[in-house]
Design a protein around this ligand. Sequence first.
Ligand code: FAD
Ligand code: DLZ
Ligand code: SF4
Length: 513
Amino acid sequence: MGCTLRLILGDQLTATLPVITDAVKTRDILLMAEVKEEATYVKHHKKKIAFLFSAMRHFAEELKDDGFKVNYRKYDDPDNQGSLLNEVKALVSTHDVDNIVVTEPGEYRLLKSMQQWESQLGVPVDLLPDERFYASKARFAEWAEGRKTLRMEFWYREMRKETGILMENGAPAGGDWNYDAKNRESMPASVTPPPPVKFEPDEITRDVISLVEKEFGDHFGELDDFHYAIDRAGALEVLNRFIDERLPDFGRYQDAMRHNMPWLFHSHLSFYINCGLLSPREVVQQAEAAWHAGEAPLNSVEGFIRQIIGWREFVRGFYWHYMPGLQTDNYFNAKRTLPDFFWDGYTNMNCLRQCITDTKKHAYAHHIQRLMVLGNFSLLCELSPAEVQEWYLLVYADAYEWVELPNVSGMILFADGGNLASKPYVASGSYINKMSDYCKHCGYSVSKKSGEGACPFNYLYWRFLDAHQDKLRKNPRMALVYKSYDRMAEEKIAAMREDGQRFLTKLSKNEEV
Ligand code: FAD
Ligand code: DLZ
Ligand code: SF4
């Protein structure tokens, strides 16, 4: 009798997955591989690769200590086969392999490829469902069936009822489904968020950092000050510290941004949840328990839990529902190429400079930076969806296509024409000024609407609404905005158009803005 070859991907570092728990320790082979194909299909941020390779190596060591036979292929092994398929092929040709088992990958391109493996390898390949989500793909499809539009809020309520999370006698805890009205505070200068949890790199991480420096030197991002958790124990510590130190204020400051402060009261858990070191269930359970214990207010706990059982589950279902079309949707026919400053951060617009610098340094930016600064700018400037998608997929350490693409195509670019969002997330500089102190450190004037020195978001906002009236006027949620537009004097609109066009021309030529 031969063995079962069990493949574990870089974002499947979860010891409770059946691909691992079903293994016969004395017989089956667990395969993990650092391969060029996965590390370069987009040029991932250096810190993202270092994080994932280190986490993979630590996970493999833990499996070995637990008595599993682990075949781990390092990136710089001279026999490295370069792709997951070729690594599997190499083992099939040298071992008596009866069948291959792998948990379904999170990305469409890899799933499509794996669905060919059985015929390419001549060995049965079982793709197991990824049980780490609350809802299966089939559950989402059943919910989506027959709905004209898919809205997160309705999905979220369904999930609350189904799981009983934050429910009391069949009704939402506290009487409301959503407490976001309390979650829109800006953060006063007197508030100092607790510092993020930092870990000193151990020998494995130091080796990986040297490898990344050598092999991926031309990738985006900085490697120094690497401080992420790289194993489950560390990830659990980040979770516990979040619950104790940040969760109570998570809600009220969820949308706030501060100059030179990327971490704020966010959880910084997405890296660990998405690669499997933490399960969404344990994260949600701990947050709910903190509320029951009176250690965190309901607006924070509900807001946080909604991000996970609401948004995270929703975008995953949405991705599989709309792929592959989601990749090519382009409702506004946007074509502008990404300006160079998306890579180096050199722009006079302080909000963008801050968000890009944070991203470059940490492979992290929080939600409002991604949505209302970088995303808002990308939409207003009609940047090419394909280029924006690639950028978001490679710059963030938590980015995998199943979660990145719906957020980019659907949420920020409205490229799907409204399947995900009921209206485009666009805003002028006043929103950024209200939610941050970025404008205080900016050469542009946020109070100036047009002309020399005016905040570009101000005229870009009206230019966008002006240019896309044919598509947006019919949207009832845009009615109020167009009412204001209709009240504007013709000269004012003309000035916005002119300033906007001048700015976009500079952007297209990669001139300094
Ligand atoms: P917190 O603010 O503490 O939120 C808690 C958790 O909720 C996160 O860890 C995450 O698991 C989940 N979550 C929150 N918002 C979302 C969301 N919109 N979609 C899915 N999960 C969510 N998140 C990713 O994990 N990977 C991505 O590639 C990604 N790309 C994004 C691209 C854009 C354009 C936007 C607007 C958002 C994107 N997000 C992505 C969602 C969100 O910005 C990140 O999950 C969050 O910033 C991660 O930081 P945190 O763990 O501190 O989150
Ligand atoms: C993101 C990533 C990177 C950078 N490298 C690897 C790798 O070398 N080996 C591996 O198994 N997985 C890697 N990953 C994660 C995969 O790209 C991920 O499993 C798929 O994109 C599916 O979500
Ligand atoms: Fe950004 Fe405008 Fe504020 Fe400058 S003034 S930081 S460009 S919103």
